[in-house]
Design a protein around this ligand. Structure first.
Ligand SMILES: [Zn+2]
Length: 66
């Protein structure tokens, strides 16, 4: 499996000196530092980046319009 395929599967990939991962929400590949730790995951980090997590959190707090 090449680097691109691993990224598309949400695997941790080493790019130069960095460990990176593709956010399954926004689809952007980011450094591992941009993801929050999650020990319940095999990769050890969340599948969503911190930006997406924050957005989801903000949306959740907003009262839904019915
Ligand atoms: Zn994201």
């Amino acid at each position: 499996m090449n680097t691109m395929q691993r990224l598309m599967r949400g695997c941790l990939v080493k790019i130069g000196p960095f460990l990176a991962k593709r956010c399954s929400c926004c689809g952007v590949t980011k450094e591992i530092e941009k993801f929050q730790d999650d020990n319940s995951k095999a990769s050890g980090v969340r599948s969503w980046c911190a930006v997406c997590m924050r957005k989801a959190d903000t949306a959740r707090r907003r009262k839904p319009r019915t």
